[in-house]
Design a protein around this ligand. Structure first.
Ligand code: C2O
Ligand code: CU
Ligand code: CU
Length: 570
């Protein structure tokens, strides 16, 4: 069957006009204010019908790269112009659940959404994409996605390539399936069209990047719906992995392969010094992927329609790299160390939760898949996690298919892969981990900063079809009730927590009858007004990271009545 497929695709190549295009570098948006207009568009990916797409701003597929600086506040306006409900999720970013863009915060057609938050994450490559339940695959593979680059002082102090598009290349890599009318198919298992930053890159199409003859950086996102890639370069050229999903590794990891499942990111350094004029390729060595990993070798189907793509289990080129002359002030050395990651000691965990990946039978290859035998239910909270809990999550894959597990809110540290220490490139901060069939994986993480008793965070398989099919769960992070200060005023019940507080102060105002405006003022220990807000919002998050430690007084006022509460900032 695979041979037949290759012949078909060979013929297609002969008919198509070969096209070679230069890598498109997505424009950047620099904060603190960002506007994202998510709209319908179309792209001539194939001869004949154009493919219907979703995109942001001036793009006709994908969106701009958002640059965030750690410690700053960002204000984002998402305008939904796609004529359908959607959400936008900031994948990997640690923020309050109401701004996380999960399925509980839909943006209706023609509506706008204004998340605003402080960037708390470490320098790394993150991304954004829709997350509407049962429509994530459809909307994401139409192109509604983009990169986020977080910068921070630790990364900035290192001698690393960071000239965007010159020696620092963003690569959004997707493998997609299109139907006979050239439309993206959310249920495709015969995905064979490779797109790099939205441009076709195989079957007669080539994308090339001009990379200077020095150390260059690539920020790679696997934005595919289901395929894993086993990246490498021509002739097994060595490269260094410097960052995982959520931050720098302790030190560069020297390697010839980088496996990335859907949702995962990595940053790599490739030393092209002395190679001016040469051409090499970024490839996927998919023949080396284990059976059961999408994109790896599949069992031959004796009869019926082929379930697999012609790319499965074979090595193929992804992008051509033309080595061009050095730039001015090139980076030519690679730092020996990068940062210090401090995983929580496993002994500090308050609880171990086991999540089994299951299906109706062992033979199921295309879903639906479940967590602990139950399908996703928007009305069911699977876990209530106390704020500041340190937890071990044990993921046990009882199915025949590998699943990339992703959790919102946190970055985690892997410490066990079926009884062995994970490879060095997986020992940094991560938010997606691929769990092959029969394996079990353990990570440790801490649920800090953002409690919300109403809006949950998600965890799910990042194979988008599995996620939409119900391989998802949700948790809320509960405030620590022992440190809640309560005030009653008129028909208001006000909870302020934690007290003492650090970094973030939560204000939960419950309006018992008809909501009226509430005024909140905070005075420091010499009586100076330092914060003020008018709110009807039930949950207000106050960023107190810049406040000096000491005693503060909070004044709550409604229609001339006042109440006061003292809080301590640590
Ligand atoms: Cu990238 Cu919950 O998703
Ligand atoms: Cu996410
Ligand atoms: Cu899955």
């Amino acid at each position: 069957m695979k041979n037949l497929f290759n012949i078909c695709f060979g013929l297609l190549c002969l008919n198509a006009v070969a096209q070679t295009t230069q890598l498109v570098i997505p424009d950047t948006l620099i904060g603190p204010n960002y506007t994202l207009n998510m709209h319908k568009d179309s792209v001539q990916f194939f001869p004949g019908n154009k493919s219907h797409t979703y995109a942001f701003n001036s793009f006709n597929y994908l969106g701009p790269t958002l640059i965030f600086n750690k410690g700053t506040n960002v204000n984002i306006t998402v305008n939904n112009q796609i004529g359908d409900t959607t959400t936008v999720h900031w994948h990997g970013i640690h923020l309050p659940s109401k701004w996380d863009g999960g399925p509980h915060t839909p943006i209706l057609p023609s509506a706008s959404w204004n998340p605003t938050f402080t960037v708390m994450d470490n320098a790394a490559t993150y991304w954004y994409h829709p997350h509407l339940h049962m429509k994530t695959a459809e909307q994401a593979i139409k192109g509604a996605a983009g990169l986020i680059i977080v910068r921070d002082p630790i990364e900035a102090a290192l001698n690393l390539p960071r000239k965007y598009g010159v020696d620092d290349f963003p690569l959004v890599i997707q493998c997609q399936q299109y139907d006979s009318a050239n439309q993206a198919m959310p249920l495709g298992m015969q995905d064979s069209t490779i797109l790099i930053n939205g441009a076709r890159a195989n079957y007669g199409y080539t994308v090339y990047a001009n990379c200077p003859a020095q150390v260059v950086r690539m920020r790679i996102l696997n934005a595919s719906g289901e395929r894993a890639f086993n990246f490498g370069f021509t002739a097994n050229m060595q490269f260094k992995i410097i960052a995982s999903d959520g931050g720098l590794l302790n030190a560069p990891v020297n390697t010839t392969r980088l496996r990335l499942a859907p949702g995962e990111r990595a940053e790599i350094l490739l030393d092209l010094t002395g190679m001016n004029g040469q051409t090499i390729h970024l490839m996927s060595y998919a023949s080396e992927l284990a059976m059961g990993i999408q994109g790896g070798p599949t069992m031959p189907m004796p009869s019926g329609p082929p379930m697999d793509s012609p790319l499965n289990g074979v090595d193929f080129n992804i992008m051509q790299i033309n080595v061009v002359p050095q730039t001015a002030s090139p980076v030519t050395t690679i730092p020996a160390t990068l940062t210090t990651n401090n995983p929580y000691p496993t002994g500090s965990a308050n609880i171990t939760r086991t999540i089994r990946f299951t299906a109706d039978s062992m033979m199921v290859m295309d879903g639906p898949f479940y967590f602990n035998d139950s399908t996703f239910n928007m009305m069911r909270i699977d876990y209530e996690i106390p704020l500041n809990n340190i937890e071990i999550w044990k993921l046990v894959n009882e199915t025949m298919v590998a699943h990339p597990f992703h959790i919102h809110d946190v970055q985690f540290y892997l410490f066990d892969r079926s009884g062995t220490t994970p490879p060095a490139e997986e020992l940094g901060r991560k938010d997606v981990v691929l769990v092959p069939p029969g394996d079990s994986v353990m990570f440790i993480t801490k649920f800090e900063d953002f409690a919300d008793t109403i809006i949950p965070f998600m965890y799910h398989c990042h194979i988008l079809m599995h996620e939409d099919d119900g391989m998802m769960g949700q948790f809320i992070v509960k405030p620590n009730l022992t440190s809640v200060s309560e005030i009653a005023l008129n028909d208001l019940s006000i909870k302020i927590y934690p007290n003492p507080a650090k970094e973030i102060l939560f204000l939960n105002i419950e309006q018992l009858s008809n909501p009226k405006p509430v005024e909140v003022k905070v005075y420091n220990n010499i009586g100076k007004l330092i914060y003020q807000t008018g709110t009807k919002d039930t949950n207000t998050v106050i960023d107190i990271g810049q406040w000096a430690s000491g005693l503060y007084v909070i004044e709550i006022q409604q229609e001339g009545s006042r109440a006061f509460k003292k809080i301590i900032v640590e």
